[in-house]
Ligand binder design. Structure first.
Ligand code: SF4
Length: 337
């Protein structure tokens, strides 16, 4: 469905500047933005994908991955089409590298998404699979509807959203699960087609300031972002800017698309990344996409007690009591009720 975009600026001669993501595309009449999901029609900017759902599924929140916000809870995950990055190794490339007509969608109103979430026993709505900022107007309306219905909300995002868009949706967003793909503009350009790192990091800080629960993922791609220096810079930035309690997931890359020639990330490299994170002072560094690995588990940052035992998306045991470690009584950062 087509709706007028919420955030745009008239530039004269019919051109508009989109204010949704950090590309801030200048779009001439009849043209589309970089993401192909926004079009200038007669000097007005429109989103072309309001409510257009390409994928819907019920998952545990561990799938995002988010491990410190209601562990084991069910969420309705929704995705549309298009992306503002179109990463060359994207695992959801059929959606993110979408071209018109390549993927079918069906309309789901914000209210119907809430009804579907509640009917399937979910505690929240998660916008994922493609970049949620791309269908900003829809996720905003659905987030408002979710809040009215007592549901939680979650963006699984690359972090390229403008400050004004983030501030608009922040009152209705509980969880910001965001990628840090690298620590330099060069790494971001190679992995994410956007030569920018500082503004992404600034967005993450803003999400924390807005009061969201923030968890971070670095998908470690061999020869792209796996140097010790880059990983140490990321970990140190997280500790200094978001706090040592912020969960950081270092996840295994599996080859896709234009990066199909690369090997999957060696598990030893993920373990080394975890060591870098803990040596930088982070309390919760998880190894992801390696089912059965001991660093999928949650251990108390104070006494080391095994608190939540996991295997992939399943929780085998959860010993957190009232948000605290049962052995030393330390409060565990996050929401565990
Ligand atoms: S959402 Fe981003 S990529 Fe799409 S038109 Fe707006 S600024 Fe450009």
């Amino acid at each position: 469905m087509k709706v007028e975009a919420l955030l745009s600026e008239q530039l004269g001669n019919g051109a508009v500047r989109c204010g949704t993501c950090q590309r801030r595309c200048t779009i001439e009449p009849g043209d589309e933005g970089w993401c192909k999901t926004r079009r200038n029609e007669d000097g007005k900017l429109y989103s072309l994908i309001y409510g257009e759902v390409s994928s819907a599924s019920v998952n545990p929140i561990e799938k995002k991955p988010v491990l410190h916000f209601h562990p084991g809870s069910r969420w309705l995950s929704l995705g549309s089409v298009g992306c503002n990055f179109r990463c060359p190794g994207c695992q959801n490339w059929k959606l993110s590298h979408w071209t018109r007509g390549s993927t079918s969608t069906r309309f789901l109103s914000p209210e119907d998404s809430v009804t579907a979430a509640k009917a399937s026993g979910c505690i929240g709505l998660s916008w994922t699979f493609n970049e949620p900022t791309i269908w900003f107007e829809y996720t905003l309306d659905a987030a408002k509807a979710a809040k009215r219905a007592g549901l939680h909300t979650n963006y699984v995002t690359n972090g390229s959203i403008t400050p004004e868009a983030l501030a608009t949706i922040a009152p209705y967003l509980d969880v910001f699960r965001v990628d840090i793909k690298g620590f330099s503009a060069d790494t971001y350009e190679r992995i994410g087609n956007v030569a920018e790192a500082a503004s992404i990091l600034e967005t993450i800080s803003q999400a924390k300031t807005h009061g969201m629960h923030v968890e971070l993922v670095t998908n470690i791609i061999p020869r792209f972002n796996d140097s010790a220096n880059e990983l140490r810079s990321i970990a140190t930035w997280i500790k200094d800017n978001l706090g040592p309690e912020t969960p950081w997931h270092v996840t295994r890359f599996y080859p896709h698309l234009q990066l199909a020639h690369l090997p999957p990330t060696p598990i030893a490299d993920l373990e080394a990344a975890r060591t870098i994170g803990t040596e930088a002072g982070l309390w919760y560094v998880y190894v992801g996409n390696v089912p059965g690995h001991p660093w999928e588990n949650t251990y108390c940052h104070s006494c080391g007690e095994l608190l939540i035992e996991r295997r992939a998306l399943d929780i085998l045991a959860n010993r957190v009591e009232g948000g605290r470690c049962p052995t030393c009584g330390e409060r565990i950062p996050g929401t565990f009720e």
